[in-house]
Design a protein around this ligand. Sequence first.
Ligand SMILES: CC(C)(COP(=O)(O)OP(=O)(O)OC[C@H]1O[C@@H](n2cnc3c(N)ncnc32)[C@H](O)[C@@H]1OP(=O)(O)O)[C@@H](O)C(=O)NCCC(=O)NCCS
Length: 201
Amino acid sequence: MTRTDKSLEELVRELPPELHGPVRDAIELLLDRHARRTAGTEQTEPPAGTAVSLRQVTGETVRAICRLSDTLVPPKRYMVAPNAASFAQALFEPKAWYRAIYAGETPVGFLMLYDDPDEPNYFLWRLMIATPHQGKGFGRQAVEQLIEYVQTRPGAAQLLVSCEEGPGSPEGFYEALGFRRNGKMYDDEVGLALQLPYRPE
Ligand SMILES: CC(C)(COP(=O)(O)OP(=O)(O)OC[C@H]1O[C@@H](n2cnc3c(N)ncnc32)[C@H](O)[C@@H]1OP(=O)(O)O)[C@@H](O)C(=O)NCCC(=O)NCCS
């Protein structure tokens, strides 16, 4: 049997086991893109000003949300864990509240809140906007919608976050939303707090 007589699945199985998952993902992505091109439904990039919504992640969307992490490039890539790692952590943390960020119908990012009404403690644990969609106000819209959610939670007097300093740091983004340093450190990350109720600056 020559190489070209083999099915794709047979060719994948000949690769080292650690490559099976990534290669299947890449094939799936290419076939999906081809199908959308052929059907004329390939999504165009949402322009700045497109309305953002926070949506539940489903079995159908989880892979697309994971792949958004692949678009981040250094140094911003070092500022947030991969979304796949966040999903894995959320499995073991009942207080994890997470949503995909959509601009129109396009998935553009992900956020996760540590949502603890007992303490109470509301901590923005993860946030990312995919590189092609940054700088369009989607991050701001997403955090403003998260703030609306947090303001419905018991005893919510502030929303906390921590971030790295230095090149690629999102601190200026949080400052633009009204977060200020609260004097705390979380490992090597600087702590910031937004006092509630939120008053846009
Ligand atoms: C931080 C991040 C979520 C911002 O998302 P975004 O959609 O590009 O941000 P927006 O376009 O909504 O910007 C909102 C405001 O913040 C400002 N801003 C954005 N990033 C900034 C930065 N790194 N430094 C200073 N200001 C910044 C914008 O200029 C804008 O200001 P304006 O509203 O006064 O015009 C995005 O850059 C990202 O995913 N970074 C990598 C991961 C990361 O750092 N996550 C946070 C972990 S704590």
